[in-house]
Design a protein around this ligand. Structure first.
Ligand code: FAD
Length: 380
């Protein structure tokens, strides 16, 4: 850190302390940078999210975050339009569950342990270029200078807008968290392919709660709400005023969307890094956060190509997964019944779904298989 006109210049300021930002701050600090991690919320804070952890996420989690895993789930039930449930028992667990309040706090703790400074209740209002640095202005009037800014401020984020992110599509997710009853003890994950194109509903079982939610393209709020109500009724659940009920947007990027403007780089969902079919975003946040943190530290150590390499890595490793996810979403939207049949009733489909969730394969690898290409080409 240096002094410029009596202003502190941070090597790296990270905006947003979700999984992308906290991971970026941790890796930047491990790389030797002086790091400030900011979040507008007061921590610990909740984030509307199923908290489903697939293998790709688990492989990247630090030990604090791993300790927040509440359940390892070995069973999944599929239904289409709330019809009969087809259960698949997988022997070994295929997906883990976390509570986002604890999980996000654990990632922040890991960033602090690595040497990052954390300020919550710090809302970044604007960014401006200034003599090779970025000046960040907070809502309370405070100003900061940074050599590199990592924007990790989630869907609709201000730093994403500053960089000029272009979004392909945004969806609205609605959720309630209800207490887990004795009769839910053996409930695995439940997934319902919904009544309108591209919609689906879930039950994710945690230690003491069930996270029950639905997702649909943004702009159909009433319908999305009634899908959630119908799903809750179908499950014979009775949420009360005390139960947490919330909504949040998810988004994924247009193929030509930028990831960076000068020394302001983006990680996680503010950049639209999310898999469009499942709307799985945690593994994208952890991976992009890690790479952005490493690149930011390298940049501040004089490696002028580091930020270019970050962009190239996201293009090479994450963008193809988004592209395949979009294809799957298109097929699922057009042929939900066929999709349901393939995933829940055919051994190949089930095996791919489970192996994908375990992190044993990726959607990109699965799409390279001849038979998958034939079926996909036929359905698209
Ligand atoms: C209903 C729903 C269910 C989901 N379920 C799953 C799931 O089961 N598994 C999965 O992998 N993904 C799931 N996702 C997606 C996942 O939640 C996101 O992709 C993930 O949280 C993105 O992480 P992030 O760190 O990029 O952003 P976030 O987790 O959104 O964190 C962004 C942070 O930035 C802060 N911030 C925003 N603006 C500012 C500002 N101006 N100044 C300072 N701080 C700011 C916010 O307070 C927030 O803490 C779900 C999403 C939804 C909506």
């Amino acid at each position: 850190m240096q002094d410029t006109d009596a202003n502190q210049v941070w090597d790296v300021v990270v905006v947003g302390a979700g999984p992308a930002g906290a991971t970026a701050a941790r890796y930047a600090a491990l790389g030797g940078a002086r790091v400030l991690l900011l979040d507008k919320a007061t921590f610990p804070r909740y984030k509307t999210c199923g908290g489903g952890i697939i293998g790709q996420s688990r492989h990247r989690m630090n030990e604090h975050a791993l300790a927040t895993i509440e359940a390892d789930v070995p069973e999944v039930g599929f239904s289409h339009r709330m019809g009969r449930v087809t259960r698949v028992r997988t022997g070994a667990p295929f997906v883990a569950m976390v509570d986002r309040e604890r999980f996000d706090q654990a990632n922040v703790d890991a960033a602090k342990e690595a040497g990052a400074e954390f300020r919550d209740g710090a809302n970044v209002r604007s960014l401006a270029d200034e003599d090779g640095h970025t000046r960040l202005t907070l809502s309370d009037g405070d100003e900061l200078l940074a050599r590199v800014v990592i924007g990790a401020d989630g869907s609709g984020g201000r730093v994403g807008r500053h960089v000029g992110v272009r979004i392909e599509r945004a969806d609205l997710g609605l959720e309630v968290e209800v207490p887990r009853r004795p009769e839910d003890a053996t409930t695995g994950v439940l997934l319902d392919w919904g009544p309108r194109p591209g919609t689906y509903a879930w039950v994710f079982p945690k230690e003491k709660t069930l996270t029950v939610g639905v997702i649909e393209r943004k702009g159909y709020g009433e319908q999305t709400r009634s899908y959630l109500d119908a799903w809750i009724k179908r499950l014979d659940l009775h949420p009360t005023e005390q139960d947490r009920s919330s909504g949040h947007l998810t988004q994924w990027r247009a193929s030509d969307s930028p990831l960076r403007r000068g020394t302001v780089v983006l990680a996680g969902e503010t950049a639209g890094l999310l898999e469009p079919w499942t709307r799985e975003g945690i593994s994208f946040a952890l991976r992009s956060g890690e790479w952005a943190g490493i690149a930011a530290a390298a940049h501040t150590n004089g490696d002028v190509a580091a930020l270019d390499r970050y962009e190239a890595q996201v293009q090479a490793e994450l963008v193809p997964e988004i592209t395949v996810g979009e294809k799957l979403l298109r097929i699922f939207t057009r042929f939900p019944g066929a999709f349901h049949f393939l995933i829940s009733k055919t051994p190949m489909g089930r095996s791919y779904f489970i192996r994908f969730c375990r992190g044993e394969t990726t959607l990109v690898r699965a799409f390279r298989r001849r038979w998958v290409q034939v079926v996909a080409g036929w359905l698209q």
